[in-house]
Ligand binder design. Structure first.
Ligand SMILES: [Zn+2]
Ligand SMILES: [Zn+2]
Length: 162
């Protein structure tokens, strides 16, 4: 099975290995991808545990669980990853900007976020993010190309999640 994060690699060799802690995320983008895949697989525990400690205090695992249950994550697009080695040297937060497409209450949604990442005890953690855009999109017609970039017709692709 292909990884939900859109890497074109097998899930078991991509985000699952990070989620199961077989290997740690070597970059903020890798952590971001694994958190996206955890949402797609409704693994609230992992999402909770990969928050920075200060942010974890503001989160309830039940809320994450509920949100993951109510949504179907369809597509991730990474727009930009900062040069995290430079960020670390300058004591800045590393950043990843992405868009995610998801199904919520039968509708298609898109959100764009710039996320901040920090290192805690040698591990990348998600600090917080600024959502710059969050809106409902018109669903493609059944025979139109899917919004997700798969080059398949909508009815043969993400329509299955609605
Ligand atoms: Zn992945
Ligand atoms: Zn699709």
């Amino acid at each position: 099975m292909l990884c939900p994060c859109g890497s074109d690699r097998a899930y078991s060799h991509c985000c699952l290995a990070v989620i199961l802690a077989e290997k740690s995320a070597t970059s903020p983008e890798q952590l971001m991808r694994s958190r996206y895949s955890a949402y797609a697989k409704k693994n609230a525990q992992y999402i909770y545990l990969t928050y920075a400690t200060s942010s974890q205090a503001e989160q309830l695992i039940e809320d994450i669980e509920q949100w993951a249950e109510q949504t179907q994550w369809l597509k991730l697009v990474i727009h930009h990853s900062s040069d995290y080695q430079k960020d670390l040297a300058n004591n800045n937060n590393a950043q990843v900007e992405f868009s995610a497409f998801y199904q919520y209450q039968g509708q298609l949604w898109q959100m764009r976020e710039r996320s901040n990442f920090v290192v805690e005890q040698g591990n990348w953690r998600y600090l917080d993010g600024e959502v710059s855009d969050s809106n409902e999109l018109a669903k493609p017609k059944r025979n139109e190309l899917c919004f997700c970039g798969s080059n398949k017709k909508f009815k043969q692709c993400c329509a299955k999640s609605f």
